[in-house]
Design a protein around this ligand. Structure first.
Ligand code: ACO
Length: 273
């Protein structure tokens, strides 16, 4: 296996220590085939920094191979209030700079930094896992995009999604625009982003942003139940089916039918060697 393939599958890179994660405001726990990532800076409403995104990417790279479900949740009243607003100040985030320093580093390096940040979100779509965002309270900007990076969103009835970036002169660039359009359609995505308005639980459910709404106190249990349901199917079939579903939009019906046949041939050979 090449290094790139190993990284894609996870279980290769060195894990980030629990102490380092705690400094960044993250927790990572693995229990059998379920991994849980917790944004753990509740006093700052789980605001995110470049260090958060690098650590998320490293968690993805070092994910133990047995993991099938990844839960992403936030400690405290809010899932995440988005990017740490210190990035907008001249002092920035200690050790991580600010937006005003970032624009001075040159286009190529800046692009590279954005790609590194996006890596923290992209791996959550891997076919080998199903990612579930457990979202309570505010999910703003980068917080909304982190929830969008997950395959499923189970939300508390106080959820408040907001794509704040355009109100701050930015675009959502943490991989959130594509899933948003795919989930709610172009018109609704334009409405949500270009007004930076808040989407509450009932609307989130109605427009397909959320799979399920529960009372806040029931969120953990609802996520556990969904994880158990997901784990009840055959692992290899689940991976192949997710791969098929992810490719369905970009293929013609004919191409998709061919892809289904190829995956099924592999499945049948595995089941009846
Ligand atoms: N960055 C840094 N600190 C934050 C952030 C943030 N994004 N959000 C909240 N905090 C801090 C507050 O400064 C406050 O700190 P303090 O206790 O030291 O004063 C603490 O978290 C609690 O915040 P409150 O505003 O008191 O909490 P409340 O529950 O009343 O409100 C809310 C929560 C609505 C999330 C509010 O904090 C807020 O609007 N935050 C900013 C959201 C934002 O604009 N994010 C950027 C989006 S764009 C992007 O992500 C790219």
């Amino acid at each position: 296996m090449t290094e790139a393939q190993a990284r894609q599958r996870g279980g290769y890179a060195e894990e980030v220590s629990a102490e380092r994660l705690a400094e960044i405001g993250l927790r990572f726990e693995v229990d059998g085939d379920i991994a849980t990532i917790t944004l753990d800076r509740p006093d700052k409403r789980n605001a995110q920094t470049f260090a958060t995104w690098s650590a998320l990417a490293r968690i993805g790279e070092s994910l133990p191979e047995q993991v099938r479900v990844v839960v992403v949740k936030g400690e405290g009243p809010s899932f995440s209030a988005g990017i740490d607003l210190r990035m907008f100040t001249s002092e920035g985030v200690p050790g991580q700079g600010s937006f005003s320093s970032a624009v001075k580093i040159g286009d190529a390096e800046f692009e590279q930094r954005i790609r590194q940040a996006q890596a923290g979100f992209l791996w959550l779509r891997r076919p080998e896992i199903v990612s579930i965002a457990a979202v309570q309270g505010h999910a703003i900007g980068a917080g909304f995009q982190l929830a969008l990076a997950c395959d499923l969103r189970i939300v508390a009835d106080d959820v408040a999604f907001c794509m704040k970036e355009p109100a701050l002169g930015l675009v959502p660039d943490l991989t959130g625009t594509k899933p948003l359009v795919e989930l709610v359609g172009l018109a609704k995505a334009i409405d949500i982003c270009l007004t930076a308005r808040t989407v509450h639980a009932d609307e989130a459910m109605r427009i397909g942003l959320a799979e399920k709404v529960v009372a806040g106190g029931d969120l953990t249990q609802a996520v556990q139940e969904k994880a158990a349901e997901l784990l009840s199917t055959n692992r290899d079939a689940a991976v192949a089916t997710k791969r098929l579903l992810q490719g369905a939009r970009s293929r013609t019906l004919e191409e998709q039918s061919v892809a289904e046949g190829l995956e099924q041939a592999t499945r049948l050979k595995a089941l009846f060697p």
